[in-house]
Design a protein around this ligand. Sequence first.
Ligand SMILES: [Fe+2]
Ligand SMILES: [Fe+2]
Length: 293
Amino acid sequence: MAEVKAKYDDQAHAINARNVTFDFDSVPMHYIPGEPFATHIINVMHLVLPEGERAMADCLAEALPLIDDERLREEVAGFVGQEAMHASSHELARNHLEKLGLDVGPMVDAMAWLVDRILGDHGLSGRAKHEWLCERLALFAAMEHYTAVIGEWLLTQDQLEKKGMHPAMLDLIRWHGAEEVEHRSVVFDAYMHVDGSYARKARGALITSPALLALFIVSADYLFRKDPTAAKGRFWPWQFARATWQGTIPSFTTFFTEIPRYLRPGFHPSQLGPMDNAIRYLAQSPAARAGES
Ligand SMILES: [Fe+2]
Ligand SMILES: [Fe+2]
């Protein structure tokens, strides 16, 4: 615990929501040219993340009164603002894809229902309310591990540029990925502060890892089937295997190989890669610069 605390202090810095401005008008349906399925894997972020991020922001806001560390309270408040901005930015991208003919309404409604059913507060009170809050913090801490790992991947690979991905969509996912790296410790620290049980943390990781993988596959399959483009190809598993092999999307094995690292005693998110890539990207992200001016 002492080691965890020391690491947190080492990297603590103010976290604030940035204004961003995106222009998706010129984004085509397959914004990674020639890669319909990889495009829909990225689209899962527009479809699934906004609901999940709102549920996470609500959970952290509920935990705030239990956090008496002033610095961590500031970070949680900044985190809630960042996640709200992520959700609304992905929604803009989703609206644009709907204009292009990708009918995602029923899936979005189903996702909102599911997230509320599974991750809502369920109107509990007393001890049950506290236990459920801790459980959700453990689940969200594990999810944030994956968003940080994928964020790091987005910042350090150039395959999406090589493939000619539309710059506005690339900026959206890199800006998001960079802020995920920037706030990677917040939910973990909040969980450790409010509860910190190793068994609960392990349970959160073991539930979250296969659930996220299944969510990505099922949602991308749905989007692929909804895609009205005639030339999208017929068999997505082949496109999936090729995109994984070429490094256009992160490997699905990440959802298994990260479990031992996350569950190592003494692990802290600050032990992931350097923060520098994220801070540098955020300083020059076109959407963040446009939002500033
Ligand atoms: Fe986010
Ligand atoms: Fe996040």
